[in-house]
Design a protein around this ligand. Structure first.
Ligand SMILES: [Zn+2]
Length: 168
């Protein structure tokens, strides 16, 4: 699959992950806190694009800022928009338009699913489930969410890669 979209999720320290997305035009990088089950929320959100709900939302806690991802499925494509709010404790139920739009791009759903599965698999490969739990403390590695998204991606996007022969 051609790759005009880069996505990275790396545990950068105890309780923090670096989330990076780059569509070749603009890059967005956030340092995400372990206060939420952020990687699971991301995997569930992208997996939701394969279901009946065309809009998926999830937020990352940057302590104190909130970064909210809004995914809108449109046929074979997905509009990805990232909003930033200064204080997550105040904005968790605020409408999207109250935030600052910091990144947006339209991508094929198959490509988004592909890069997110790859990034999550690479986290598992680098740290293992035990290593992940040691760093993310409050939440285990989201094995079920990753398996779910991988299955949906392989089934619906016709990806030639098998993604993760090493999956548990
Ligand atoms: Zn793939």
């Amino acid at each position: 699959m051609a790759n005009g979209l880069q996505f990275g999720w790396e545990l950068s320290g105890s309780g923090w992950a670096t989330c990076l997305i780059n569509d070749g035009h603009a890059e967005r990088k956030d340092i995400v806190s372990y206060c939420t089950d952020a990687l699971a929320d991301l995997l569930h959100g992208v997996a939701g694009l394969y279901g009946p709900a065309p809009v998926q939302r999830f937020s990352f806690d940057l302590e104190p800022a909130e970064v909210r991802w809004v995914l809108r499925g449109r046929g074979a494509d997905v509009d990805v928009t990232i909003y930033r709010f200064p204080d997550m404790s105040a904005s968790f139920d605020a409408p999207d338009q109250d935030g600052t739009r910091v990144w947006s791009s339209t991508q094929p759903r198959g490509l988004l699913g592909h890069v997110v599965v790859e990034a999550a698999l690479s986290v598992l490969k680098v740290h293992g489930e035990d290593g992940y739990r040691a760093k993310w403390v409050l939440h285990p590695f989201p094995v079920a969410a990753l398996q779910d998204l991988r299955r949906l991606h392989l089934q619906h996007d016709g990806c030639d890669l098998r993604h993760g022969v090493a999956m548990p």
